[in-house]
Design a protein around this ligand. Sequence first.
Ligand code: S3P
Length: 194
Amino acid sequence: MALVFPNLQPRTPIFLIGYRGSGKSTVARLLAESLGWPWVDADDLLERRLGKSIRVVFAEDGEDGFREFEAALLEELVRLPGHVVATGGGVIQREANRERLRQAGRVVWLTADVQTLWQRLEGDPTCAERRPALTSQAKEGKTLAANSLAEITEVMRLREPLYRACAHATVETSGRTPEAVVAEILEQLAIRSR
Ligand code: S3P
């Protein structure tokens, strides 16, 4: 059965936002497959372009340096028609990025409860390379550990309003398969467009 998106321009890009471990890359690949579109993982592309891991970028250029690279790459990604883009979890921190995403396409926020995010990150062997500490306490190795339950809770508290402000649609992923998440994204975009 073909899904129709009357309000979506035929090749309006779809951007997935959400915290680390919300499933953006997995869902982007499956969503793109079901639409017959290409997909891009912003962090993968950035690492390939820079020739180093995100952890090394954070170590050498600091988080601010990483955010500059991320914003510059976003300027390219918002110009890609007919793509699904998995963004980095912190792209919504800059207001300019939030505006660019909303103007350029449909923005879908993948949510999960803190426990689920933590379990997914614990189970990801690439986590340490890809996901450096985000809080100053964790960066200094003090009271919080990178990607600990406490860090996720703290960062989510600060970011939740930003994800919400940026999203056109919100899809819960806890306890659901990536296929079920894709089905709901398609449904929500179709429903919104009716
Ligand atoms: C970040 C999330 C990471 C990556 C970087 C910063 C964040 O992307 O962009 O480590 O600030 O939440 P994922 O969400 O793909 O893990």
